[in-house]
Ligand binder design. Structure first.
Ligand code: DX5
Ligand code: ZN
Length: 219
């Protein structure tokens, strides 16, 4: 039986009722909070920044899985550690010295994640896979919730799983974008460990049941 981690994306929450939606995640079968930070430069959208994350962290009772869609993420590693993030994921495409960035994240007591855009080949991580706690495969182009899942992701999950196994690494594979009950099982069967779901969860009539359903179909 697989123990898939469901990480609802707070980006799709109702920001006018943020505490209510955070409590819903606290009470649900979800294991993590997925936090999307966008700077309007790396991606063509701005989400929210430190004061909002601080408010989320105050109420969240589960680990904060923070996905930075920003340029030059090294500038903010300490800030996100101080805000209580458990995993800090940076984009491969935004890091010139990825190995150094990963070490800095770990030196600040967080798990180190690397996100890959849909066009970025998983083989590029071969030489650093043992330094990465989590690879976030983007199954949409980052920047917006509610987009359609890119089918090529299944192939990438299998290729990445093969690299992880070959290197005897314990890296988790996370899928981010367009996750629904239609693709969750196939993703987990291909090797995914963590499923991020934004609009599918928060757009549902009963988000808490939707999280439970998502979890049960992956078993
Ligand atoms: C996209 C973000 C995702 C997004 C997922 O750039 O990284 O985490 O919130 O939302 P859905 O599940 O709606 O595609
Ligand atoms: Zn994300």
């Amino acid at each position: 039986m697989k123990n898939t981690i469901i990480a609802p994306s707070v980006l799709a929450a109702d920001f006018a009722n943020l505490q209510r939606d955070i409590e819903m995640i606290n009470e649900s079968d979800a294991q993590w909070f997925h936090i999307d930070i966008m700077d309007g430069v790396f991606v063509p959208n701005i989400s929210f920044g430190m004061p909002v994350l601080q408010a989320i962290a105050k109420h969240a009772k589960k680990p904060l899985d923070t996905h930075l869609m920003i340029v030059d993420p090294d500038r903010y590693i300490k800030t996100f550690a101080d805000l209580g993030c458990s995993t800090l994921t940076v984009h491969y495409e935004a890091c010139t010295h990825l190995h150094r960035t990963l070490q800095a994240i770990k030196d600040h007591g967080m798990k180190a994640g690397v996100a890959l855009n849909p066009h970025t080949n998983v083989s590029l991580l071969g030489d650093v896979i043992n330094d990465i706690d989590l690879v976030c495969l983007m199954s949409v182009n980052p920047g917006f919730g509610g987009q359609s899942f890119i089918e090529n992701t299944y192939k990438k999950v299998k290729q990445l799983k093969e690299i992880i196994t070959r290197n005897d690494a314990s890296t988790l594979i996370e899928i981010d974008g367009g996750v629904t009950n239609k693709n969750a099982k196939q993703l987990v069967d291909a090797g995914a460990d963590v499923l991020v779901a934004g609009s599918y969860v928060f757009g549902a009539e009963n988000p808490k049941h939707t999280i439970s359903d998502l979890l049960s179909i992956t078993k």
